[in-house]
Ligand binder design. Structure first.
Ligand SMILES: [Zn+2]
Length: 351
């Protein structure tokens, strides 16, 4: 038996099936890198959850995209497959060194993967090392958070002259000496803002999207309300809004989806949140760590979508905008906040 889960062999690592037994992941999501495939095994996620990765190397054929409730991976044979699967398999050439693995789900379904080697790894769901590093860096480097946003409130850029502002990209504090000033450390420009500009920012100043959304500035909310609003501004017009707010211990979720054909927001969801959902959101905001992140940052790419989360807590406002947030590229856990907000909205509308 293979005792090293990291070694790539045709044998199914015992640790993989132990993980499936103990963690009972709700789904396995397939990703591909050339002819290397991996299934991310997504278990119910608590603070200390591990994510399992089942890697297949040298894959020549596979019919896995997403598996509901995967429960076992084993060596098998094509004789176990349905005719349609056999047809699929026949279209791909497999050599004598290839192994044939079966992925079983708890409903009795079988998927297959043919390739050279299999290995299993785990990683923490959330890397709290990133959280601690960001939290500790801010006070050490005299970074302003979350006052960085409020420090830019002025009627015009000239109104910032003579003021100390917090940079929206590196959070360092500096004094504005002239119009069109920029941060001496990262060169991010210092522009005046207002509650209306902040609201429009998430919609990338698309006046139609904003006007039809019914969204108003978070600053106008009741002083005892805690609110988080995600706006996904998508190059492919898959815009989304998910807002979670709590007042007097009653958290609610409101979500909308943009219909590009009719140019209207629809599929509106308005429901109570459970205590667990609200608690988990709070934990993810802390892990991001939302209130310590600079408003601008992360990596950039083509197309995709911008994710902006605004927050208002005890009268303090903050926002974080990222293009296609990704924990590994950005070395921060903001993506998990966005993912969970969208997940809560999806759980309600079944999409
Ligand atoms: Zn800066």
């Amino acid at each position: 038996m293979n005792s090293d889960p990291l070694a790539a062999t045709p044998e199914v690592p015992a640790e993989l099936n132990a993980f499936l037994d103990q963690k009972r992941p709700s789904r396995g999501v397939f990703t591909t890198y050339g002819n290397e495939y991996a299934i991310e095994l997504v278990a119910d996620r608590e603070a200390d959850s591990l994510v399992g990765w089942c890697h297949f190397d040298g894959v020549v054929a596979s019919d896995v995209d997403e598996v509901r409730a995967p429960c076992r991976v084993r060596l098998g044979s094509p004789s176990e497959l349905h005719p349609e699967q056999l047809e699929w398999l026949a279209r791909h050439k497999s050599g004598p060194l290839d192994s044939f693995w079966i992925i079983e789900d708890r409903a009795g379904g079988l998927r297959f993967c043919v390739g050279r080697a299999i290995r299993f790894t785990t990683q923490p769901w959330i890397d709290l090392g990133d959280t601690r590093r960001i939290e500790q860096a801010n006070p050490c480097q005299r970074r302003a958070s979350p006052n960085a946003v409020a420090s830019h409130f002025a009627d015009s850029d000239a109104g910032l002259i003579g003021r100390e502002v917090g940079c929206w990209q590196c959070l360092r504090t500096y004094r504005v000496e002239r119009v069109y000033a920029s941060c001496p450390w990262c060169k991010n420009s210092a522009s005046a803002t207002s509650v209306e500009r902040l609201l429009a920012g998430g919609f990338h100043s698309n006046a139609t999207l904003l006007a039809r959304s019914g969204c108003g500035p978070l600053h106008h909310r009741a002083p005892d309300e805690e609110v988080y609003r995600l706006v996904v501004y998508s190059r492919w017009l898959n815009h989304r809004i998910v807002e979670v707010s709590s007042r007097q211990g009653c958290p609610r979720l409101v979500a909308q989806r943009w219909h590009s054909r009719t140019e209207t927001w629809g599929d509106r969801i308005d429901r109570d949140l459970t205590r667990e959902e609200w608690h988990r959101l709070g934990w993810l905001l802390d892990a991001a760590p939302f209130w310590h992140l600079p408003p601008h940052g992360g990596h950039h790419g083509f197309d995709g979508a911008y994710f902006t989360v605004e927050g208002l807590r005890e009268g303090v406002y903050h926002f974080v905008e990222r293009w296609g947030p990704d924990p590994e590229c950005d070395e921060e856990n903001f993506a998990h906040v966005c993912g969970f907000l969208l997940e809560m909205a999806a759980a309600a509308d079944g999409k």
